[in-house]
Design a protein around this ligand. Structure first.
Ligand SMILES: *[C@@H]1O[C@H](CO)[C@@H](O)[C@H](O)[C@H]1NC(C)=O
Ligand SMILES: *[C@@H]1O[C@H](CO)[C@@H](O)[C@H](O)[C@H]1NC(C)=O
Ligand SMILES: *[C@@H]1O[C@H](CO)[C@@H](O)[C@H](O)[C@H]1NC(C)=O
Ligand SMILES: *[C@@H]1O[C@H](CO)[C@@H](O)[C@H](O)[C@H]1NC(C)=O
Length: 286
């Protein structure tokens, strides 16, 4: 009986949690200032562009690294309007090219997460194996029992307005293994206090938050642990005036460094050992 209920809930959530893996950000260009996406210098070998869609609308955009199973960045428009931090399970994206999504997680009762039946029900229903689901993305099990690391949002729920937009941030394609002290500490201060201060005179603020791949993986060897986490913002104060700022944090310290946008781009160019990294259009001051 319970299992039947679970299946029904799963089925409805599957429909709700629909996201699109696309070849360009065409359906979600609006989350990039002047529709300008960051330069290719950040691109991994195997990538996916995801227009993060939930409950029939788009909420932000993510560039995803399919080999390392972490996002490269998420781009969104800063909002702090209504909506409670949701109690939501975690979404993952299909590893196949189908346009549906899976709601694998802490549904109803956390303990069902370990129930293989639940997974196989999804497999049967959607004709996909767990292995396939996890082939080129992280799944919930990857994030269990990590030491000193937890799920760090690139596009955080606190920077979205409205229940659906907040809920939409709880997808593993928007998550990296982040030092838990940093996540709860200096990074959280940046997300809450610093962003609130800096955006006080902003009409619209475009944000891109990313992770630099590191040299280590989580113990099961499936998911990369980023060396750095960074964030850049370009804010429209009025019709003419723009301002920009940026931060970067090493993922094994509880410190967030303030930088200009230009300095962050230069730092990322070094860290990616390649072509010049640009994050925002020329209109944003460096
Ligand atoms: C979840 O299920 C377990 C085992 O069936 C039970 O012990 C636990 O109380 C349940 N938790 C919640 C929050 O319902
Ligand atoms: C958002 O969620 C809260 C709490 O779950 C609820 O009270 C509120 O009505 C929801 N708002 C909308 C617009 O759905
Ligand atoms: C996380 O950061 C804390 C505080 O700086 C540090 O002591 C710890 O070693 C770090 N752990 C990992 C896994 O990076
Ligand atoms: C970075 O800037 C914010 C806001 O201006 C400030 O509160 C914070 O202390 C600065 N951090 C450092 C490490 O200087």
């Amino acid at each position: 009986m319970l299992r039947l209920l679970l299946l029904q809930v799963l089925a409805s959530c599957l429909w709700l949690g629909h996201s699109e893996v696309v070849t360009s950000f065409e359906d979600c260009h609006q989350f990039f200032y002047e529709r300008a996406t960051p330069s290719d210098a950040l691109h991994p070998k195997k990538l996916a562009r995801i227009c993060q869609r939930y409950s029939n609308s788009y909420h932000y955009a993510t560039l995803y690294d399919r080999d390392r199973r972490i996002p490269v960045y998420s781009a969104y428009i800063y909002g702090t309007g209504s909506g409670k931090k949701p109690h939501t399970p975690w979404f993952v994206e299909p590893s196949t090219d189908t346009f549906s999504s899976f709601y694998l997680a802490k549904l109803i009762n956390e303990t069902y997460l370990k129930d293989m039946d639940t997974e196989s029900s999804i497999e049967k229903k959607y004709k996909i194996t767990a292995q396939q689901i996890g082939e080129s993305q992280a799944i919930n099990q990857d994030y269990n029992n990590l030491q000193d690391l937890n799920r760090g949002h690139l596009s955080p729920s606190g920077h979205q307005s409205g229940n659906n937009s907040k809920t939409a941030t709880f997808t593993l394609t928007n998550i990296v293994p982040q030092n838990s002290t940093l996540n709860k500490g200096a990074w959280n201060d940046y997300e809450t206090k610093t962003m609130a201060e800096k955006t006080e005179d902003c009409k619209t603020t475009y944000v891109i938050t990313g992770a630099v791949p590191g040299n280590t993986n989580i113990p099961n060897n499936r998911v990369n642990v980023p060396s750095h986490i960074w964030s850049a913002a370009c804010c429209l104060v009025n019709k003419k005036r723009r301002k920009a700022w940026a931060v970067i944090a090493e993922n094994d310290k509880n410190e967030v460094e303030n930088l200009s946008l230009g300095d962050l781009e230069a730092r990322l160019t070094e860290l990616y050992k390649g072509k010049r990294v640009t994050l925002f259009s020329k209109a944003c001051p460096r």
